[in-house]
Design a protein around this ligand. Structure first.
Ligand SMILES: CC(C)(COP(=O)(O)OP(=O)(O)OC[C@H]1O[C@@H](n2cnc3c(N)ncnc32)[C@H](O)[C@@H]1OP(=O)(O)O)[C@@H](O)C(=O)NCCC(=O)NCCS
Length: 152
């Protein structure tokens, strides 16, 4: 899939992504600090990913982990700092939510520290029954000695 607007592009072809830019951002993000290159490469290969491009380079990214039939987890959403605040994150989300494989899902989940108002525009809400949600969360996994293997 491919979308264009005002000189910017969003596409879902992993082969067009600038892996170094994506890894550099995510490895210093608050949600996946230190993520190994090999782990991210595997994650991208197994996901529906959206690259945002402009000014001749990759400037944003979003990743959807999904069976493309019933469920999806939206994560790794970012726009590089120099390009934030111009409506590009909202447009990237427009493209994600318009993807044909994500139209008939029963549930889409995401986790955010402070971007709730962005996702609210697309219909996301706090869980209706949080007492029903469980998780096995290992925020320090990339820092521990038993974390995922490093390298390419
Ligand atoms: C969040 C992010 C993707 C938004 O992209 P952007 O291009 O800056 O956003 P836009 O210009 O399209 O504006 C998005 C709207 O969401 C709002 N918003 C809500 N939470 C926000 C946040 N944490 N950061 C930026 N915008 C936020 C903005 O205020 C804006 O609304 P407005 O136009 O009414 O002011 C981008 O700022 C970013 O990469 N932030 C750092 C990484 C991050 O926090 N990612 C989300 C992880 S869940």
């Amino acid at each position: 899939m491919h979308w264009s607007r005002d000189g910017y592009q969003v596409g879902t072809d992993n082969a067009t992504f600038d892996f170094d830019i994506i890894h550099a951002y995510l490895a210093q993000s608050y949600w996946s600090p230190g993520i190994p290159r090999a782990t991210l490469k595997k994650a991208i290969e197994g996901s529906l990913c959206f690259g945002l491009f402009g000014k001749g380079q990759q400037i944003g990214f979003a990743r959807v982990v999904s069976d493309r039939a019933t469920f999806a987890y939206l994560c790794d959403v970012f726009v590089l700092p120099d390009f934030q605040g111009q409506g590009l994150g909202r447009w990237l989300m427009d493209c994600v939510m318009a993807h044909p494989d994500l139209q008939a899902l029963r549930r889409i989940v995401l986790v955010t520290r402070d971007a709730h108002s962005l996702y609210k525009e697309f219909g996301f809400t706090a869980p209706g029954k949080p007492e029903g949600y469980m998780e096995l969360h290992k925020p320090g996994i990339y820092r521990s000695s038993v974390g995922a293997p490093d390298g390419d």
